[in-house]
Design a protein around this ligand. Sequence first.
Ligand code: MN
Length: 167
Amino acid sequence: MALDKYKSKRDFKKTNEPAGARALAGRPSRSSKKHSTNQLIFVVQKHNASHLHYDFRLEIDGVLKSWAVPKGVSRRISDKRLAIMTEDHPLEYAFFEGKIPEGEYGAGTVKIWDKGTYKSEKSMKSALRSGQIEIVLHGKKLKDRYALIRTKMGADSKNWLMIKMKQ
Ligand code: MN
């Protein structure tokens, strides 16, 4: 299951993060086919954990694909930012803000830094597989075209670069 890793890292008796139950309980899946032209969501969460970073998440195929961006998403054209792929998160996580208690995975505060929808001209599933994603974000702060490029060949590389493109 896509969310196994997410769940195994967390104790939902202790953290207020969403357990993602709805995604498993037969919630109609929002397949990327149906929604490729509208209303796929993205979120950037400022995560003040042991190291401050920003989590960039994109709705792909019913989950939030997630990257930790240590320096945050740049708004300057051609800026490249390291983005480390982390475990898939449930869609409900896009609404999560709060404090993850001391001692728990990701302990610290989470705040939504920007949120909105995005568009891709290509299938996000195959873009993800090939390690070359190009999207246009429609957020409050981010309203731009970005590329996410996997730095090494091979699907197991976790390191990507997030680059702000020219319009
Ligand atoms: Mn994080």
